[in-house]
Design a protein around this ligand. Structure first.
Ligand code: HEM
Length: 158
């Protein structure tokens, strides 16, 4: 394969990574958590959440890795590291920031502290724990959507 073709494939894989990952976050934020908040039995609510979000966790890890590796490859090939020095490339900063937050949460915070901490909080006061969880997801989904709009516009000439 020519190096230009590899670059195009990397860009396509980058977008597939984003679609699977942020699409999953959108589902969890707009469908799963609001539905769980309506489950009256709070033990069932926590168990269901752990079962369903646990299943999404591997998918999120793989797609985050794919997005990061292909993004890094594109930056390297385009020799575009200098973009981080300019505010006009704010979407590059935002993309990288969103990636870093999810990577930290998925690979470090969730397995080490968040999982146990949330389960305890949800056992003590389920409604407030799920409201907090929902808010965090809304913030991350909003930032991700702004990054996507900015990156699409920025990469295609705006
Ligand atoms: C370490 C993390 C990341 C790096 C290094 C990275 C890097 C890049 C690079 C170099 C491009 C090509 C820009 C151009 O053609 O001018 C790009 C495009 C793009 N990125 Fe990222 N990215 C990362 C994470 C993300 C995340 C988290 C998202 C979504 C929330 C995202 C969404 C996009 C989109 C939508 C495009 C435009 C694709 C196109 O139509 O060409 N990226 N990224």
């Amino acid at each position: 394969m020519e190096s230009f073709e590899i670059f195009v494939v990397a860009r396509a894989l980058h977008v597939i990574g984003v679609v699977v990952w942020i699409g999953g976050v959108a589902f969890v934020t707009t469908v799963l958590i609001p539905s769980l908040k309506k489950v009256a039995n709070t033990d069932d609510r926590l168990a269901l959440f752990e079962q369903l979000e646990g299943k999404f966790s591997l998918q999120a890890k793989v797609s985050t890795l794919l997005t990061g590796v292909t993004g890094y490859y594109m930056l390297e090939v385009m020799n575009a590291w200098g973009r981080y020095q300019y505010l006009s490339f704010w979407w590059m900063h935002l993309m990288t920031f969103v990636w870093a937050v999810f990577t930290l949460v998925l690979f470090v915070l969730e397995p080490l502290v968040l999982h146990r901490w949330f389960a305890q909080r949800a056992t003590e006061n389920s409604d407030s724990a799920f409201t907090w969880l929902h808010r965090m997801h809304i913030v991350l989904l909003t930032l991700s959507c702004i990054a996507i709009v900015g990156a699409m516009a920025g990469a295609h000439g705006l």
